[in-house]
Design a protein around this ligand. Structure first.
Ligand SMILES: Cc1ncc(COP(=O)(O)O)c(C=O)c1O
Length: 381
């Protein structure tokens, strides 16, 4: 039995040829930073993000930390995170002395708890709400979350590490785009993501040019420019987390593959929904990029780990891994500082969801194998 991988990153021969040619061009030019491809890749990202101001970084995490500096976040400022979010933006906030707080999600919808967000905004000096579109799914209550942030002048930071190319249309026709949900959007181009250059990240903003430029300065040793007279002067105590010309050369090729990949993943998601909704609860994903397809069981207590093991051992099918196996505040790195935090919805969702195999290289035959294996599992369990 050929193994079926849950998550697979790969590129067509034409994308690989283009990337290799671009990288050769960089090496031949002898200029490995901020030359031809960094501005070209930036321009491509700008056309994906409706002309947003864009800066590139070594990672999503470094982009966020530079952004927090550029926003002049101070020790004691509160940043609200989703309990189902990722650890590194919380680490970044704590490095600035900020106080992380967490809001729960509804395990039945995956939507953040808007009431909790509003209560925190009412009672504490919240600087920012850091929102993740888990697995590429933009929350269905995004308009409510946005209006709370507007009402309390809280910066909505759209951590779009999972949601490059995701969309959602509200019933009133309002369109939402991954990366453009708030004042700032931050992508990750890490090796497993829906748009990848191996490593890297980008900060985008439709209106806040100055903050984006300042964040970029932080990435560049605190210098306002890479070349020229001012490149010897550090204006702020910066970091060193630039995006390289080689990453940009790769990105100029890989970004072209994104639309077709999303289209194929959406087709696969539809097949799973059409065939497995007797067993799985599918969420309202909007026009997700289907970076991952999280589902929960419809029947009683579901042993997600058991399902994962049976599919792997009996059918050679790997799931694509949970989005996150536990709420973010439970990581040992926090040394039990958040023991008092309790987000039961997030805990339930983290424990009970699985992510079905999802990548654009799955054939219809592979998808049928997943469906058959799932049906067999639920017959026996
Ligand atoms: C939601 C989220 N934010 C941030 C990151 C960190 O991204 P990077 O590795 O580019 O710093 C990840 C990584 O998986 C993530 O899932």
């Amino acid at each position: 039995m050929d193994p079926i991988h849950g998550l697979k990153v790969g590129f067509s021969p034409s994308v690989i040829d283009e990337a290799v040619n671009n990288v050769r061009h960089v090496l031949e030019s002898g200029r490995l930073v901020d030359n031809k491809y960094v501005p070209e890749f930036k321009a491509m990202l700008q056309s994906w993000t409706k002309g947003s101001y864009t800066a590139l970084f070594g990672s999503n995490t470094s982009a966020q930390e530079c952004l927090f500096r550029a926003m002049k976040c101070h020790p004691g400022d509160v940043m609200v995170f989703l309990a189902t979010g990722y650890v590194t933006p919380v680490f970044a906030a704590e490095r600035l002395g900020m106080i992380p707080m967490f809001i729960d999600v509804d395990p039945d919808t995956m939507d953040p708890d808007a009431e909790q967000l509003e209560s925190l905004c009412k009672c504490t000096l919240v600087r920012a709400f850091n929102l993740v579109s888990n697995g590429g799914r933009i929350p269905s209550n995004i308009a409510v979350l946005q209006s709370i942030c507007d009402k309390y002048n809280v910066a909505l930071i759209d951590d779009a590490a999972h949601s490059f190319g995701s969309q959602r249309t509200d019933p009133d026709g309002t369109e939402h785009y991954g990366g453009l949900l708030g004042r700032f959007g931050v992508f990750s181009f890490f090796a497993t993501k829906a748009m990848t250059t191996g490593e890297g990240g980008a900060l985008v903003s439709q209106y806040h040019h100055e903050a984006v430029a300042d964040a970029e300065m932080y990435a560049r040793h605190g210098k306002s420019t890479q070349f020229g007279a001012d490149s010897q002067v550090s204006h702020v105590p910066g970091y060193s987390c630039r995006f390289s010309e080689i990453d940009a050369a790769i990105g100029c090729a890989t970004i072209r593959a994104v639309p077709d990949a999303i289209e194929r993943r959406a087709e696969i998601a539809q097949i799973y929904q059409n065939t497995l909704s007797e067993h799985f609860h599918f969420f309202d994903y909007g026009k997700s990029n289907y970076y991952k397809l999280p589902v929960t069981s419809k029947r009683g207590p579901f042993r997600a780990d058991d399902f994962t093991t049976v599919l792997a051992e009996d059918h050679a099918i790997q799931l694509s891994g949970k989005i996150y196996p536990s709420p973010v505040y439970r990581h040992p790195a926090f040394k039990h500082r958040f023991n008092w935090v309790d987000c039961p919805g997030a805990a339930q969702w983290s424990a009970n969801h699985v992510c079905l195999p999802m990548h654009e290289f799955l054939t219809n035959h592979d998808v049928t194998r997943v469906i058959t294996a799932t049906r067999e599992y639920f017959k026996d369990n």
